[in-house]
Ligand binder design. Structure first.
Ligand code: ATP
Ligand code: MG
Length: 638
């Protein structure tokens, strides 16, 4: 496979080349793509000054990303399966779409969108469950140059309306409903409520999925099937400039108001394909499964664009990991003989708590590579994943990246980079991470810890935040001129491996010692009764900051409950030392999480500070009830 690294020596070689001469490095990789017109210059950028950031890759190149998925792959892969769709209910039939079939559907839907007046540059909001039509709709947008903005189908009407309005979308594509486990979510009625507050929306396209009753607005609503009924499958892709916008995607909202991250065509394409094949070491014929939702960036880059550009077979799953039972993931791995499996620590931790028997009854021998993304993976979860799921023979790729980075940044290459539990290891070629101190000085050498920034642009990076370029500069470039600020803190260990220690705000300064929340949580989770934990800092008279731990435990007897706090402290003492011992421990039944499964520590921080009146934007919160319960049980006056 072109541009695939196959050994550690080659990785180091490529890395060196990519830093010495980025233009030449990325230019060569981009040669393997299909261009209507080649670029004049590989990169032209500034992170500072008028209009900054101004980042242009493959300047003046002309292309269409769908031509790189379809026309480029068609000769070899017309009859190869592109997407395997596994429904929520295992009794329903799966769907397999070959590259040829998917292509026809994309072109047809693209023509349907044109019929309702969607033109290049228009925004289309997608609010759909995990069904093949979601991938079809996004690729159809890309085909005609419309900008897709996918909103995760777990979001409320208000959150959806905010995103539609921010992007001023002209069309919304939704379905009557969506299945998730035993639930059926009335997507159309949520979309109706949202669209009432969205003056830009002219048309709502509705896919039939759950067959539930819906309200209909004549003149605005149209069924998906009616839209494509009299439309043919001939479609010439729109010619796009390298820097034309491909999509907008709002960040998870773990730290504040979601930002409309803008990605453009050529750089994103080159980066998604390059990172996919290298990180997962994908081979022709492999069956690859990423369990993310396409509503998150992981689904964009590693269910749809990366795999399909590579010509891979990508599995898409509509349901949840625990229905009909906690063995569903492993049943699917067995059913399709999955080779590469990519999921999130939150899913792993949830499944660890269910017990091993759900795993051991399925045949997982097809697995070759395991991946995680989204949060630091604690050591206990890493071990379980490695030993029980991978049977000790599958490398784990702990992939660090962000919505803003477009693709994976710091990660092992599967089977090539030696791994260590809970370390994201080394940067991909082309990525120049640096650790800064608070004054913005680069910390040189190994065994250092600081603010993780990126020095040189990479093709998949954010170009702007939709409708507010200044916000992009302020958020990512203003703090340390000349660098992209990730917002995460990291350690570079004695070997030069990176360990992500959490958001900068999550680093707690206890009596002058900087302690990462991830590390403390990792230690707490080593206690056999602990299911999950979240740690934040709070103002402490003597130490400056104290450590407040919110902990979910398994069922315990009263006697066990009496001892648990002391035992947790002893565990932390053993794994890190007395300095990291939590000052306050609150046993809770749940933690506030975003809909992508990440802990919203800023809410816990507010509660720990005793200020629950101002919790900020909670629209991306999964279950507000959890917050009430935590406030009630808080170890401070709230
Ligand atoms: P928002 O920016 O709106 O607060 P978010 O940062 O959670 O939301 P994403 O872009 O989905 O939105 O997540 C990126 C963040 O997830 C990273 O900045 C990092 O904090 C965390 N993360 C992702 N992968 C890893 C990983 N492998 N190890 C540790 N942390 C990770
Ligand atoms: Mg973020």
């Amino acid at each position: 496979m072109e541009n695939k690294i196959t050994s550690l020596a080659e990785y180091f070689q490529k890395y060196k080349e990519s830093v010495a001469d980025p233009d030449n490095f990325w230019g060569k990789i981009a040669e393997s793509h299909y261009w209507r017109k080649k670029w004049d210059q590989v990169i032209d950028y500034k992170f500072e000054g008028d209009g900054a950031p101004d980042v242009n890759w493959f300047v003046n190149g002309k292309l269409n990303i769908t031509e790189n998925i379809f026309e480029r792959n068609m000769f070899m892969r017309k009859d190869q399966v592109a997407i395997i769709w596994e429904p929520n209910d295992p009794k329903e039939r799966e769907i397999k779409l070959t590259y040829g079939e998917l292509f026809e559907k994309v072109k047809q839907f693209a023509n349907g969108l044109k019929k309702i007046g969607v033109k290049k540059g228009d925004r289309v909001a997608l609010y759909l469950p995990m069904v093949p039509e979601l991938a079809i709709a996004m690729l159809a947008c890309a085909r005609i140059g419309a900008i897709h903005s996918i909103v995760f189908a777990g979001f409320s009407a208000t959150a959806l309306a905010d995103r539609i309005n921010d992007a001023e979308a002209k069309v919304v594509i939704t379905s009557d409903g969506g299945f998730r486990g035993t639930k059926s979510i009335p997507l159309k009625s949520i979309a109706d409520e949202a669209v009432e507050k969205c003056p830009s929306v002219e048309t709502t396209v509705v896919l039939k999925r759950t067959e539930e009753e819906i309200q209909w607005t004549e003149g605005r609503d149209i069924w998906w099937n009616d839209l494509i009924a009299d439309v043919d499958c001939e479609n010439q892709a729109e010619t796009m400039d390298s820097e034309d916008v491909l999509f907008i995607l709002y960040t998870s909202g773990s730290t504040g108001k979601p930002k409309g991250v803008v990605h453009t065509t050529a750089g994103y394409m080159v980066y998604a394909e390059y990172t996919f094949k290298n990180v997962f070491q994908y081979n022709d014929g492999d069956i690859y499964w990423c369990t993310a939702d396409i509503g998150w960036v992981t689904g964009h880059s590693y269910i749809v664009y990366g795999p399909l550009l590579t010509g891979a077979t990508s599995v898409m799953f509509e349901g949840v990991p625990t229905w009909p039972d906690a063995g569903r993931f492993w049943e699917i791995v067995d059913k399709y003989k999955i080779n590469q499996f990519y999921t999130a620590p939150t899913a792993i931790r949830a499944l660890v708590a269910q017990g091993d028997e759900w795993v051991t009854k399925h045949d997982l021998s097809s697995l070759k590579v395991l991946g995680t993304v989204g949060e630091p993976i604690n050591e206990e979860a890493w071990r379980w994943y490695h030993d029980l799921i991978g049977k000790g023979r599958c490398p784990i790729v702990d992939t660090w990246w962000q919505t803003e980075t477009g693709g994976i940044m710091i990660t092992p290459l599967a089977g090539i980079t030696p791994t260590k539990p809970s370390l994201a290891t080394l940067p991909l070629p082309g990525i120049q991470p640096v650790l800064l101190d608070h004054e913005g000085n680069e910390l040189k050498g190994n065994s250092v810890e600081g603010i993780l920034c990126i020095k040189h642009p990479w093709p998949g990076m954010i170009r702007t935040t939709w409708g507010d370029h200044q916000r992009c500069y302020q958020t990512y470039f203003a703090s340390f001129p000349g660098y992209y600020l990730t917002g995460d803190g990291a350690k570079r260990d004695e070997e030069g491996y990176y360990r992500i220690i959490g958001r900068i705000d999550d680093v707690i300064n206890v009596s002058g010692h900087r302690i990462g929340t991830a590390e403390v949580e990792d230690a707490i989770n080593q206690h056999p009764k602990v299911v999950e934990s979240a740690v934040v800092g709070y103002p402490h008279e003597i130490k400056g900051a104290g450590i407040y731990a919110y902990v979910i435990c398994e069922d315990m007897t009263d006697a066990e409950l009496d001892n648990i706090e002391a035992e947790i402290k002893a565990t932390v003492n053993k794994f890190i030392g007395p300095i990291a011992k939590p000052d306050k421990i609150q046993i809770v039944s749940g933690l506030p999480k975003t809909r992508s499964g990440k802990i919203m520590r800023r809410i816990l921080r507010k509660i720990g500070e005793g200020d629950a009146t101002n919790l900020g934007d909670t629209s991306t919160l999964l279950d507000p009830g959890v917050v009430e319960e935590i406030i009630d049980g808080a170890k401070v006056e709230v």
